[in-house]
Design a protein around this ligand. Sequence first.
Ligand code: GDP
Ligand code: GDP
Length: 436
Amino acid sequence: MANPVVAIVGRPNVGKSTVFNRIAGERISIVDDMPGVTRDRIYAHAEWTGRQFNLIDTGGIDLGDEPFLKQITEQAEIAMDEADVIVFVTSIREGMTDADERVARMLYQTDKPVILAVNKVDNQELRQDIYDYYSLGLGDPIAISGVHGIGTGDLLDAIVSHFPAQTEEEDDQRIKFSLIGRPNVGKSSLVNAILGENRVIVSNIAGTTRDAIDTQFVTEAGDEFAMIDTAGLRKRGKAYENAERYSVLRAMSAIDRSDVVLVVLNAEEGIREQDKRIAGYAHEAGRGIIIVVNKWDTLKKDNHTLTDFENAIRSNFAYLDYASIIFVSAKTHQRLPQLPAMIKQVHENQQRRVQSSVLNDVLMDAIATNPTPSMNGKKLRVYYATQVAVAPPTFIIFVNDPDLMHFSYERFLENQIRHAFDFSGTPVHLIIRRRK
Ligand code: GDP
Ligand code: GDP
């Protein structure tokens, strides 16, 4: 089941992004140490009492030059569309304003749970004033201070209380994937071409709204896939659909729900800055990745065209060195029939579990050929490694002192693991721990 989405709304300066960072910062994450990729300020994974969710700061969605009031109402609209729970942030310092009341009136229209948070309640005296906020008609206000971290626990408890009860994860055989990429690279065309190659399953099982917009199909080989709707595929004709930040948001939630993400590039236009940003999100999320170079039919090709393009990808997306690349055309269907098997393989690699004994043999052999580094006369010792998770495959390596693990040596160990086992298409995370 998809993680619940929580959106923060409110007029500027009430402290939305402070609260956002506060909540996102509470998360327990083992994948925090990925270099080179900027974190997106408006979207984060969070966790509270074992419940995972995704958090959106609608205040960060830039809607262009729209007047101020129009911006906040559109942000509230996005929250009402995208979120399962809405957190409406106000501020006790500036008090209740017309803009607050306007947002409140908008939120009356949704049947989604709305939690009213009164921010900047930095001390006890200020707390007296929060009763005024009952007049917004949105129930009990929760006093918080984003800066001091006061009340965050209560806020998170209230948020989590609105999540649907956790159901047993159904045994879902379908491989979920999405296509992401900037406008015009050919995502919609690829979707249609892929569906044209396969048999679409019409499902009448009622799922969540988000599940319902997935398209399911089965290949000739009998493999079942679910294709997740992404930005631009179902144009709803609202102005904000065009905002780049908004399409990023849609891409992020699609990435979250995917096992494998197809990062689509346009061969005709080459690699652009925005491509890198989009690919970065998929990488950060730890999903399987296939780089799909579309419109391959448009190029005049010689013996070097493919290798040149591949080299350009490798140098522009250095952190995606594990991703597979395929050159296709939605127009001529060139290589498209290979795509499902490729997605399936990446998914398998993501789920691969390596036996500790075999893993340790591989590492000890690696260390024998390339001895561990030393720093200040102290030598790194690698004691033992074990795989602790799949999707992405995550390994803990126990050592005498994590500070002695140089980035390049860690990279070497990862490469040895990749060499021994097929993890192509999936990131691999190494966690270096001190053995107690
Ligand atoms: P946003 O525009 O709603 O995202 O608001 P920001 O998070 O950028 O915060 C606006 C201003 O309010 C910043 O100067 C913050 O430091 C300040 N602020 C945020 N939370 C608190 C709080 O709990 N107490 C106080 N005193 N100031 C806060
Ligand atoms: P999206 O915005 O990423 O969904 O892109 P579209 O699927 O709407 O495609 C944008 C344009 O590129 C359309 O005019 C398509 O006909 C064209 N296009 C898409 N795929 C291909 C392809 O493989 N070859 C060629 N020549 N044109 C393509």
